[in-house]
Design a protein around this ligand. Structure first.
Ligand code: ADP
Length: 503
């Protein structure tokens, strides 16, 4: 592979461009009108416009992306995550066009994208699954009969689901019919497939997933786990490895199940096998298979920081037909790593996306700190896409060191122009239950449902602090180097030791 087209945007496009460059591969970008001035467009060797802002008219248009790949002379396509990354038709379209799709086969994507089929095959392979109904008989009579057998509370899920859509919690028999109705309507409109499955609702589980990798020669390994229990509305916001609940015995049982799952589908490339972990009354832990994500995960840097691997390069090598470069025993993990997702959203309006121009953007840096971002000072944050601005990933010798480092790095992050969730993340990281590793998927609901940003500091003081931050000597250097105005009276040149201190 000499030229790879990246069918994605933002931080993941930047991340893939970096891996391509290090491998001597020429990276090509595609972009929508809303992304014309985004850093990833400038970083690529060539960039092709594929349509207007809305994803349905640009990043989801298979034909336009394949055309761009042909024109650019690319021989491979990396789909990133989201958009077309788990679309079997896209993988097949790449094959037909003679382009290497950097991901698993179209048939593995299709089978694993169907939660019912995936779970049926996992059961057959001996992987423990959440008890439930996966059958083809979707009549109301059959579903209510199965629900009665399963007991309440239960979860109704869209067989074709993802991103929490088509999922309903049903606490009692009276809620079942409305729950089935809503879930199948949502499933039909989001995925064009109304089929549902029923699952026992596990109380206070942890979300623990294993990074797996397969090659095209039948080999499969894992690269340890990540715990992603800190979720808001089923969306992960903090992920870490190792899981605070993990014991060597539990890890080896779960890892074996994950690798069995990958082998059951002759899986090639990067995949994530997701499980729920439930604490039993005697203190032991049971785990249940949830689903396989057939792509690079947003939180993959957590694994990279702990194992010293580069998962994007590994994806490219496997897609080139190379065997996995190491066997299971050669994969070593050390220390503790945590990721926090920085979103442009407004905590005061219930975390609605916050759009606008990034008037000031300064990322933290230091030993054990990595920031994967797709924005820079001056970037316009548009309403069209996921509002994630950056991922802050830290690594420390142990969990305590990693948490301390994350807290300090979050405090150092400077963002002006859009609202962010940084304050929220700081409060989570400082919470005693988080510090003690007492996490579960309802953690934020339990501890943060009434959370409000601290508005006790008057707006004028905040503005004064912001002004102080941007004129601080370290920032002033940044401004001075970018100050092309030639204005001899530019305040960035004359900041001196000026401070806007309250007296
Ligand atoms: P999606 O593919 O829509 O993201 P998943 O099946 O991966 O749906 O589940 C997403 C999240 O929903 C999990 O991380 C967990 O928090 C919760 N969840 C899913 N299934 C169950 C279950 N059976 N019991 C309790 N919580 C669940």
């Amino acid at each position: 592979m000499k030229r790879i087209l990246i069918a994605n945007r933002g931080e993941i496009a930047v991340r893939i461009i970096r891996a391509c460059r290090e491998m001597g591969i020429s990276p090509v970008a595609v972009y929508s009108d809303a992304d014309q001035s985004s850093p990833f467009v400038a970083l690529a060797d060539a960039a092709y416009r594929i349509g207007p802002g809305p994803a349905a008219e640009s990043y989801l248009c298979i034909d336009r992306i394949i055309d761009a790949a042909r024109i650019s002379g690319a021989d491979g396509i990396h789909p990133g995550y989201g958009f077309l990354s788990e679309n079997a038709d896209f993988a097949r379209a790449c094959d037909r066009a003679g382009l290497a799709f950097i991901g698993p086969s179209g048939s593995a994507i299709r089978s694993l994208g169907d939660k019912s089929e995936a779970k049926r095959r996992m059961r057959a392979a001996g992987v423990p699954c959440v008890p439930g109904y996966l059958g083809g008989d979707q009549s109301q009579a059959r579903l209510s009969e199965e629900a009665r057998k399963l007991g309440y509370p239960l979860l109704v899920k869209a067989a074709a689901g993802g991103g929490g859509r088509g999922m309903r919690l049903v606490s009692s028999e009276g809620e079942l019919m409305p729950g089935l109705d809503e879930a199948s309507r949502e499933a039909q409109s989001a995925f064009g497939d109304p089929r549902l499955l029923l699952e026992k609702y596990i109380q206070h589980p942890r979300h623990v997933e294993f990074q797996v990798f397969g090659d095209r020669h039948g080999d499969a390994i894992h690269l340890f786990e990540r715990e992603c229990s800190i979720q808001r509305r089923h969306q992960k916001i903090i992920e870490e490895s190792p899981s605070p609940v993990m014991t060597p015995e539990l890890r080896s049982r779960m890892a074996e199940a994950a690798v069995t799952a990958a082998r059951a589908f002759s899986y090639s490339g990067a995949g994530t096998v997701e499980f729920l972990v439930e604490e039993q009354p005697d203190g032991s832990h049971s785990f249940y298979f949830l689903e396989v994500n057939t792509r690079l995960q947003v939180e993959h840097p957590v694994t990279e920081m702990r194992t010293g691997t580069d998962l994007v390069k590994l994806q490219i090598r496997v897609a080139r037909g190379e065997p996995l470069p190491y066997c299971q025993d050669q994969v070593q993990a050390s220390g503790h790593s945590i990721e926090a997702r920085i979103y442009a959203e407004d905590p005061e309006t219930g975390f609605l996306p916050s759009v606008g121009r990034l008037a000031h953007w300064k990322e933290p840096s230091g030993p054990g700190i990595r920031v994967d971002s797709g924005v820079e000072q001056g970037s316009e944050i548009s309403p069209f896409y996921d509002p994630m601005l950056a991922k802050l990933i830290v690594h420390g010798e142990d969990r305590n060191e990693a948490i301390g480092r994350l807290e300090q790095a979050l405090l150092q992050f400077e963002v002006l122009g859009v609202r962010t969730n940084i304050e929220y993340l700081i409060d989570i990281v400082r919470h005693p239950a988080f510090r003690e590793g007492r996490t579960h998927t309802g953690f934020l609901e339990e501890h943060f449902s009434g959370w409000k940003p601290d508005t006790s500091i008057p707006a004028e003081v905040l503005l004064a602090l912001a002004a102080e931050a941007v004129t601080r000597p370290s920032s002033r250097r940044d401004f001075a180097t970018t100050d092309q105005s030639g204005d001899a009276f530019s305040p960035w040149k004359f900041g001196g030791t000026w401070r806007n201190a309250a007296s």
